[in-house]
Design a protein around this ligand. Structure first.
Ligand code: FAD
Length: 443
C-alpha cells in the first residue's frame, strides 16, 4: 500500500540517478543544496562490483580508459587507486582456436581466415590506426571530419568488408562496445573499441565500484536510495520530482533537475516533454548485457595464458572473456592457488539469459567457458551472474546529427549519462562536467 508524504522539500538541484554521472555532478556541485535519488538500494549503477574469493568481480564496467582521461583524473582526485593493465598480447578466440601474440603482425598472420582476407585486414588496420587514433574516447563532435566519416556509415561500408570471417571478427569488437554487429552500428563504435584495445587501461583497486563508493562518501548532497523517481515535471520556475520510497509517495521541488538515468528510463518519467526532445531520446535504445564470473581452482593464467587480459570471442553466445586477476601480484596468485574468469554476453543472447533463473544462465556460461578452456571442467568453486537490461546505448548511423538534441536541456531540466556522449565511464564523467557547466556552478 502506498501512503502519501505530507511535505514537499525544496532544493537547489535534484539529481535523478546515482550512477557515475549523477554522483560526479553532485561531487562537482560542492556545497549546494542537492538531493540525489537512486532507485536501487545502493548507489553505483553500472559500476557495481563484488568480492569473489580474494578477487573482485566487476559486474559492470571493468576498466578505466586512458592514463589522462577525465575519469582517470577523477579517480586520482578522489584518492581511488588504479593500476595499469599492462597487457602484452593481442588475442581472439575464433573457429575453435585461441590466437594470441605480442606482435600485431604475427597475430594477424595466425588468424584462422583466408590469406587474402588477412592481408586486406592488415592494411585496413594500419589505415584505421593512422587516421582515427586521435578520436579514441573523445566526446563526439559534429564539426569533426573524422567523427563524421565514422558516423555516417557502418564499418562494413567504410572498409568494404566482404569476407564473412572478417565480418565476424569485427562483430566481436562491435558487440563488446555496442551489443550490436558491425553492420548495425556506425563505424565509430567498433573502431573506437579496436583502437582502445591498444591504449592504456586501468583496473580500479577494490573494483570499479570504489569510484562511485568514494564519490558517495565525499559528496555533501543528501542521497536517498530505494527512491524510484516516477515523474519529473517543469512548472515555470521550478521542477517537481515525485518518487516512491518504502511504499511512501514523496515529492521534492528544485530550481534545477539533472536527469542522470538511461534515456528509456528518462522518457518513462518526464512529463510534458517537448516533442523534439522526446524524439531525440527515443532514438537512444539500449542493448542488453550479462556478465558472469567463475572462481576456479587454478590461477587464471593457467587457462588464458601469459600476458592475456582480455579475449574477444567470435561466433559464440559469449562475446568476451577476461582475467580480473590480471593486476594482482604473481606471488599472491601463486600462494592463493585460485583464479577468476569473467565472461560476458550481449544483446539477443543476453536477453534470453535474462529470462532464465540464474542457475540456468550460469550453466550456459559455463558450457561456453568449457568449450574455450576444456581444463576448467570440475574446477569451478563459485559462480555469479549479473544482468543489465540497459547496458549500452549503441551508436547508430546518423547519431552524430542528433547528439546536440540528446544533450540539450529544456526549461530547467538537464541531461547527463554516458548516452549523451558515446558510452562508457569516460562518457559518464564528460557528461557530468558538461551539465555542471550548464548549471553555472561547481568546482
Ligand atoms: C557489463 C558492462 C561492462 C562495461 N564495461 C565498461 C568498461 O570496462 N569500461 C567503461 O568505461 N565502461 C564500461 N561499461 C559502461 C559503463 O559502466 C557505463 O557507461 C557507466 O557506468 C554509465 O554511468 P551512468 O551514470 O551514465 O549510468 P548508470 O550507471 O546506469 O546510472 C544510472 C542510475 O540511475 C538509476 N535509475 C534509473 N532509473 C531511475 C529512477 N527512475 N529513479 C531513480 N534512479 C534511477 C539506476 O539505478 C542507476 O544507478 C560497461 C557496462 C556494462 C553494463
Amino acid at each position: 500500500m502506498t501512503t502519501q508524504s505530507s511535505s514537499t522539500e525544496k532544493f537547489d538541484v535534484v539529481i535523478v540517478g546515482g550512477g557515475l554521472a549523477g554522483l560526479t555532478v553532485a561531487y562537482r556541485l560542492g556545497d549546494k543544496s542537492v538531493l540525489l535519488l537512486e532507485k536501487e538500494d545502493v548507489i553505483g549503477g553500472r559500476t557495481v562490483s563484488m568480492e569473489m574469493g580474494p578477487y573482485i568481480f566487476n559486474q559492470g564496467a571493468q576498466m578505466i580508459p586512458g592514463a589522462d582521461s577525465n575519469v582517470a583524473r577523477l579517480a586520482d582526485e578522489l584518492g581511488v587507486r588504479r593500476t595499469l593493465i599492462d597487457k602484452t598480447k593481442t588475442c581472439t578466440h575464433m573457429n575453435g582456436k585461441l590466437v594470441a601474440s605480442s606482435s600485431d603482425f604475427r597475430y594477424l598472420l595466425r588468424l584462422p581466415i583466408p590469406l587474402l582476407a588477412r592481408f586486406k585486414l592488415g592494411l585496413n588496420v594500419l589505415r584505421l590506426r593512422s587516421r582515427y587514433s586521435g578520436v579514441v574516447d573523445k566526446p563526439p563532435r559534429a564539426d569533426d571530419k573524422r567523427f563524421r566519416e565514422l558516423s555516417e556509415q557502418s564499418l562494413v561500408e567504410l572498409m568494404k568488408i566482404r569476407d564473412p570471417d572478417v565480418k565476424a571478427l569485427w562483430d566481436a569488437f562491435s558487440m563488446a562496445a555496442s551489443t550490436l554487429a558491425c553492420d548495425e552500428v556506425a563505424a565509430f563504435q567498433p573502431v573506437n573499441t579496436f583502437l582502445h584495445h591498444a591504449a592504456d587501461e586501468f583496473f580500479v583497486e577494490g573494483g570499479t565500484g570504489q569510484l562511485t563508493r568514494s564519490l558517495g562518501e565525499q559528496i555533501s548532497a543528501r542521497v536517498e536510495t530505494d527512491a524510484s523517481v516516477t515523474s519529473v515535471e517543469s512548472n515555470g520556475g521550478a521542477v517537481t520530482v515525485k518518487y516512491q520510497q518504502d511504499g511512501v509517495a514523496c515529492a521534492a521541488e528544485a530550481k534545477q533537475c539533472v536527469m542522470a538515468i538511461p534515456a528509456p528510463s528518462a522518457l518513462g518519467v518526464l512529463r510534458n516533454i517537448p516533442e523534439a526532445k522526446r524524439a531525440a531520446l527515443a532514438q537512444c535504445e539500449y542493448g542488453a548485457m550479462s556478465s558472469a564470473a567463475f572462481l576456479v581452482d587454478k590461477p587464471s593464467e593457467h587457462f588464458l595464458g601469459k600476458g592475456i587480459w582480455r579475449i574477444p570471442v567470435v561466433g559464440k553466445r559469449i562475446i568476451g572473456i577476461s582475467d580480473p586477476t590480471y593486476t594482482f601480484s604473481a606471488q599472491m596468485k601463486q600462494e592463493d592457488g585460485r583464479g577468476l574468469i569473467r565472461l560476458y554476453a550481449g544483446n539477443e543472447a543476453s536477453e534470453k539469459l535474462q529470462e532464465m533463473p540464474d542457475d540456468e544462465s550460469l550453466a550456459i556460461f559455463e558450457e561456453e567457458l568449457v568449450e574455450v578452456f576444456p581444463e576448467v571442467i570440475g574446477g569451478v568453486l563459485a559462480r555469479a551472474v549479473k544482468h543489465w537490461p540497459h547496458a549500452i546505448c549503441p551508436w547508430r548511423v546518423g547519431r552524430l546529427d542528433l547528439i546536440d538534441k540528446i544533450r540539450a536541456p529544456y526549461d530547467n531540466i538537464h541531461f547527463c549519462g554516458d548516452y549523451t556522449e558515446n558510452s562508457g565511464l569516460e562518457s559518464a564523467v564528460l557528461s557530468a562536467i558538461r551539465v555542471v557547466a550548464e548549471l553555472g556552478a561547481g568546482r
